[in-house]
Design a protein around this ligand. Structure first.
Ligand code: 2BA
Length: 107
């Protein structure tokens, strides 16, 4: 068994969650935020049999888009504000980790 940990943009999260569920997998949604942009994102936990990992990753890939996002240092890093111009970064689609599950219980 594997645990898929997928960090997804807030704007894609409803669709990703719906599609994972529609495909018959169980998923848990956590409200998280990125360390760099300090903006909200969503982390999904999805435990699946090894042979199903590709299927779930494909769903996440299909429904997660790349976005250009601008960070305004004045709004976040007050101390460096005078020195810094806005920074544009590409966020996503999704950041996905696949972990081995040592034990799994439903008690
Ligand atoms: P954030 O940390 O808010 O990062 C948002 C985007 O900013 C990143 O997009 C990346 O393009 C850029 N970025 C992040 N750290 C940077 C840095 N030190 N210097 C320059 N640019 C930087 P993504 O790579 O698509 O990541 C989206 C979100 O996924 C991240 O939000 C974070 O919450 C999570 N994430 C990404 N890689 C991770 C990792 N290795 N471990 C844990 N979480 C990760």
């Amino acid at each position: 068994m594997k645990l898929i940990v997928a960090i997804v943009n807030n704007e894609d999260s409803r669709t990703v969650q719906a599609e994972i569920t529609k495909a018959g997998y169980q998923v848990t949604k956590l409200s998280t935020s990125g360390g760099f942009l300090r903006a909200g994102n969503v982390t999904f936990l999805c435990g699946v049999d090894d042979e199903k990992v590709g299927d779930v990753v494909e769903i996440i890939n299909e429904f997660s888009r790349n976005r250009r996002q601008t960070i305004h240092p004045t709004a976040t890093f007050a101390a460096e504000a005078l020195l810094s111009a806005p920074i544009e970064v590409t966020v996503g689609g999704a950041t996905v980790f696949v972990l081995d599950v040592e034990q799994f219980y439903k008690l």
